[in-house]
Ligand binder design. Structure first.
Ligand code: ADP
Ligand code: MG
Length: 560
């Protein structure tokens, strides 16, 4: 193949510009990204080799090597993973194929600070090398191809890159960064080692660097030809709980999620019994920008005996817990497990049920013992939890206890239990009203009689509320009743005098009602005298069992 000069895809140019301009203050992350790519490449080799052991050639030990050359002013990250063919190098290092990237790019608007936070959340990848390098050279040979089928990719990170064929004896990839003027700090064992320690300790492969010794004559540290492992090289979740510090758990979360904020809670367990697995699950403190995309997966990564299998294992978590991040490592699943198999596997079902319960326990614990933290959680993820009421019948009761509402007595954080504890003597139902906004709910004339009688009413204004309530009819044996439906039956709460008064009024107003009924013949089913209003002259209600006005509006919006 002749040397070819090719142009980056437009999105890549945008990413390049953004990464190099907005992430300078955090430039050391380039090493995290390149080591993570090297580690991914080894994971991929291990996975492909399951069906083709020959791919290991004579190098069965997968590893990453980091070195530098002070004279040439270069830092090199090498791996003996899957490698890239010339076509793959052109495709993977010249275009962005990753789903979600376009959407992500579209959301970036040019506010540098905001961009930097977002981009951190997203993960910046290979192109982050250009933060510190004015040229990157990649030499690679895909496992299974002959040494003559190697490729050299090279670019200054502006508009173009070059590719040419080379001979490369060893499979895998060497990424060489030619440092910019002023980036000499990275030509140091100590500096590189400390970055690896900070970001890449949990990488389950050994990361090697050249050993240094003290040269008494030169009176300085000099590098030797010997290599040593500089990371712990044990996947964090495989370590015993008592050996992992809170800081390590949090750092691991950062790498897993690219979230700049620490998680709200996490849980780490080895589950034994019929199915054996390890789970390390985190609850983020902030909702991601695409929380509402129900098709988006990728929160929980599936490993089998420490081999990475897939990171969109939707079979592992119910959709309504799509915000949970973490790792599940199974000891029982076959290594070549397919997506189809995952859907059917009994082991996976057990893992999913077990993990769902773990997450719910974590939330219950927060709700009980860290009310402020739970309120934060609810604000971010409450509406998603509500989806679970309809989707996860097995856990509906537990989920119902986790719900929080606004009510006529508190602006937020009212649980069903709180409500029940404040119910009036003789009150049999839990009253609620749904509306498009909290303000609309709060100001509804339907509430007048409830206010007058000091009865609390839950105010619901999330889009999913109506749908949720079609799946939840009671709590703790008390029916949930809309105050906007039917003739509100206050039952024992209505005193004798009021009843008598209502009956008399109904009698007295009969002629008026007849006229109104006739006038509204095609538009109203019935016109009634009511005791539910105190100040307003009239209100609209729907028949018990009919769609509420709010739901009808929602369906209409959705074109139904
Ligand atoms: P991501 O890792 O999220 O896919 P990157 O920008 O980090 O995005 O990398 C882009 C792609 O380039 C990778 O998906 C992979 O296909 C390829 N790649 C990068 N580094 C390596 C490597 N060391 N070995 C093999 N392929 C690599
Ligand atoms: Mg990457």
């Amino acid at each position: 193949m002749h040397k070819q000069t090719l142009s980056f895809q437009a999105e890549v140019k945008q990413i390049l510009h953004l990464v190099t301009h907005s992430l300078y203050s955090n430039k050391e992350i380039f090493l995290r990204e390149l080591v993570s790519n090297a580690s991914d490449a080894c994971d991929k080799l291990r996975f492909e080799a399951l069906n083709n052991n020959g791919l290991y050639e004579d190098q069965p030990n997968l590893e990453v090597r980091v070195s530098f050359d002070p004279e040439a002013r270069t830092v090199t990250i090498s791996d003996n993973g899957i490698g890239m063919s010339a076509e793959e190098a052109t495709a993977h290092l010249g275009t962005i194929a990753k789903s979600g990237t376009r959407e992500f790019m579209a959301r970036l608007e040019g506010d540098q600070k905001k961009d930097a936070a977002l981009i951190g959340q997203f993960g910046v990848g290979f192109y982050s090398g250009f933060i510190v390098a004015d040229r990157i050279t990649v030499e690679s040979r895909r496992a299974g191809l002959s040494p003559e089928e190697g490729v050299r990719w090279s670019s200054e990170g502006a508009g173009e890159f070059e590719v040419e064929a080379i001979t490369k004896e060893k499979r895998g990839t060497d990424v060489t960064l030619h440092l910019r003027e002023g980036e000499e700090e990275f030509l140091s064992t100590w500096r590189l080692k400390s970055i690896i320690g900070k970001y890449s300790d949990h990488i389950s492969l050994p990361i090697l660097m050249r050993k240094e010794t003290w040269d008494a004559e030169k009176k300085e540290q000099v590098t030797t030809d010997e290599w040593e492992t500089v990371n712990k090289a044990a996947a964090l979740w495989t370590r015993s709980k008592s050996d992992v510090t809170d800081a390590e758990y949090k750092e691991f979360y950062k790498q897993l999620s690219y979230d700049s904020e620490p998680p709200l809670a996490y849980t780490h367990n080895r589950v034994e019994g019929r199915t054996e697995y390890t789970q390390l699950l985190y609850i983020p403190s902030k909702a991601p920008f695409d929380l509402w995309n129900r098709d988006k997966r990728g929160g929980v990564k599936l490993y089998v005996k420490r081999v990475f299998i897939m990171d969109d294992a939707e079979a592992l978590m119910p959709v309504y817990l799509r915000f949970v991040k973490g790792v599940i490592d199974s000891a029982d699943l076959p290594l070549n497990v397919s997506r189809e198999l995952l859907q059917e596997s009994r082991d996976v079902k057990a893992i999913r049920e077990g993990s769902t319960k773990r997450v719910l326990s974590m939330l219950e614990d927060l709700a009980e013992n860290q009310k402020e933290q739970y309120a934060k959680f609810w604000e971010q993820f409450g509406a998603v939890i509500k989806e679970g009421i309809g989707e996860d019948h097995a856990n509906q009761e537990r989920l119902a206890k986790l719900l929080r509402f606004a009510s006529t007595q508190a602006d937020s954080d009212v649980s069903f239990a709180d409500y029940v504890s404040r119910m009036k003597e003789g009150q049999e139902a839990i009253y609620y009203i749904t509306a498009e906004t909290l303000a609309a709910a709060k100001n509804s004339p339907q509430l007048e009689i409830f206010r007058k009688k000091g009865l609390e009413v839950l105010l619901l204004a999330d889009r999913v509320d109506e749908w949720m309530l079609s799946h939840l009819v009671e709590f703790d044996g008390k029916p949930l009743q809309s105050v906007a439906k039917g003739a509100v039956d206050l039952g024992k709460l209505q005193d004798e005098e009021e009843k008598k008064h209502a009956e008399e009024a109904a009698e007295a107003f009969k002629p008026v009602l007849e006229k109104l009924k006739a006038a509204l013949k095609d538009r109203a089913k019935d016109v009634r005298v009511t005791t539910r209003l105190v100040e307003s002259p009239a209100c609209i209600v729907v028949e018990e069992g009919d769609m509420s006005a709010h739901l009808a509006r929602l369906l209409k919006q959705a074109g139904q």
